[in-house]
Design a protein around this ligand. Structure first.
Ligand SMILES: [Zn+2]
Length: 463
């Protein structure tokens, strides 16, 4: 089928597709507040079955169920190849409600955009994918097997995902995976990723006394807040180099092609300075490194919050009994969150901070797909056919997600792409997608699925 005819087919499918999406958006499936979960599970199952898929609800570890979906390759298709889509049906809370211009769970069309909580993250992506399947079914049948894993706890950190993947490894087995999200960047380029950073989220606590003290005793009593800031200061210097021995252990060095891909990523320093109102130069400037490389290849150590003593209005002289810090470390491929925890513990002991205790709130490894896998090239190539501008594909995102378990347990390459735009306001009030991006996202998935098996087979023949 030619591109023009395909475009017409997709346009004809849009009214039905948007109706389905709107009904999905009306379900306030906020995982953090345990809202509307059973209804949403039923609705997702219904969407899968309505277009001829099989659905299975997996509900075993007390969290929100995981939905498995399956569409077999059509008679003309290649049943030896399978693609897996990862999506989530839960959304972030809609608060603060007063900042929404329309009710968050009443999808509203305005200016070519559809507004609702979860429309960009990640309900629009799922329905776009289902629509692509329908378009293919109506035009010669499905070119390969298609599986879905749709979970309901992504927005609360996917605490139960790994047991499902371990138990149902065979059920979810596939040759490649399309991850949940993606958006156009500020220059209107579709921005995709083939991996994700990991995380070691740490909590450091220093206890100096059993009760808060009158600050006059500061003449002779040590202070938990000072101890904690000194401990923190020992972990990172003024050049923003992380000084914890062992922190950089295991890091996988990227090869030349991956490095080159990172140089091509967009990065507009002035726009970033303006957007956040930054008061200090970028830390990469002093380190004389490219911020793109830092985003993709370098781990971070960030103080997220500090708590101690009195921080209210006016003066209250107090010598606090306790001080606490939350620190997140974004990890790169090869780093192990458990090893980060042990390294920080050892560092504190070695530097005399035996009164500073560290614990890990959550840990996740990073994942970077094999950048040379033909699937990665295929997703990129089909994006070029759809989008007006050269697509952007980062080897891994600067953010974190539960990709490692997928990549390792299912042993497959993963690329994330979707229907968002630079102004989607994911997790914030007035979340939206643009209908034009939605249409293009469907087109991309149609082309990606249509040539998927051929792309893998051609590569197999040449290897
Ligand atoms: Zn989200």
């Amino acid at each position: 089928m030619g591109m023009e005819q395909l475009g017409n087919e997709i346009r004809a499918s849009l009214p039905g597709s948007l109706e389905r999406l709107k009904n999905y958006l009306r379900l306030p499936s906020v995982s953090a507040q345990r809202q509307a979960i059973p209804e949403t599970v039923d609705y997702v199952v219904q969407m899968l079955e309505e277009i001829g898929g099989q659905a299975k609800v997996l509900d075993e570890w007390g969290g929100n169920p995981v939905i498995y979906g399956y569409f077999a390759a059509g008679p003309e298709g290649d049943s030896s190849k399978t693609i897996l889509f990862y999506n989530h049906y839960d959304v972030q809370p809609a608060e603060p409600l007063e900042e929404w211009n329309s009710p968050p769970f009443e999808p509203t069309l305005a200016d070519g955009k559809l507004f609702a909580r979860g429309v960009a993250d990640n309900k629009g992506d799922l329905v776009a994918r289902l629509t692509a399947i329908q378009v293919l079914q109506n035009n010669g049948g499905l070119p390969c097997n298609i599986k879905f894993l749709i979970e309901g706890e992504e927005e609360i950190g996917s605490p139960n995902l790994e047991p499902y993947l371990r138990t149902y490894q065979d059920l979810f087995q596939a040759d490649a995976c399309i991850w949940e999200f993606g958006n156009k960047d500020e220059s209107e380029r579709i921005s995709m990723v083939a991996g994700i950073k990991g995380m070691a989220y740490l909590e450091l606590t220093c206890e100096g006394a059993q009760i808060d003290l009158h600050s006059s005793v500061g003449a002779y009593v040590d202070n938990a807040a000072w101890r904690l800031v000194q401990a923190l200061a020992s972990m990172k210097n003024e050049k923003n180099e992380i000084l914890v021995e062992g922190f950089y252990d295991g890091i996988v060095e990227p090869d030349a092609e991956v490095r080159l891909a990172v140089k091509e990523l967009p990065f507009d320093e002035q726009a970033i300075v303006n957007r956040y109102g930054l008061k200090r130069p970028l830390i990469t400037t002093a380190k004389r490194i490219d911020p793109r490389e830092a985003m993709v290849f370098h781990p971070t150590m960030t103080i997220c919050g500090l708590e101690s003593g009195y921080t209210g209005e006016g003066a209250k002289t107090v010598l606090p009994k306790r001080a606490k810090a939350k620190v997140d470390c974004r990890l790169v491929p090869g780093q192990d969150p458990d090893h980060i925890l042990v390294s920080v513990e050892r560092h504190l002991l070695r530097h005399g901070f035996d009164d500073v205790k560290v614990s890990m709130v959550n840990g996740q490894r990073a994942y970077r797909s094999d950048y040379h896998h033909p699937f990665v090239a295929h997703v990129l190539q089909t994006a070029r056919l759809v989008y007006d501008q050269e697509p952007v594909l980062a080897p891994n995102a600067a953010g974190t997600g539960p990709m490692y378990a997928f990549g390792k347990l299912l042993n497959l390459p993963i690329v994330s792409t979707g229907v968002g735009w630079a102004g989607s306001q994911v997790h914030a009030p007035n979340e939206s997608i643009r209908l034009d991006d939605y249409e293009q996202g469907i087109m991309h998935m149609v082309l990606m699925l249509a040539g998927f098996s051929q792309a893998l087979k051609t590569a197999e023949m040449h290897s």
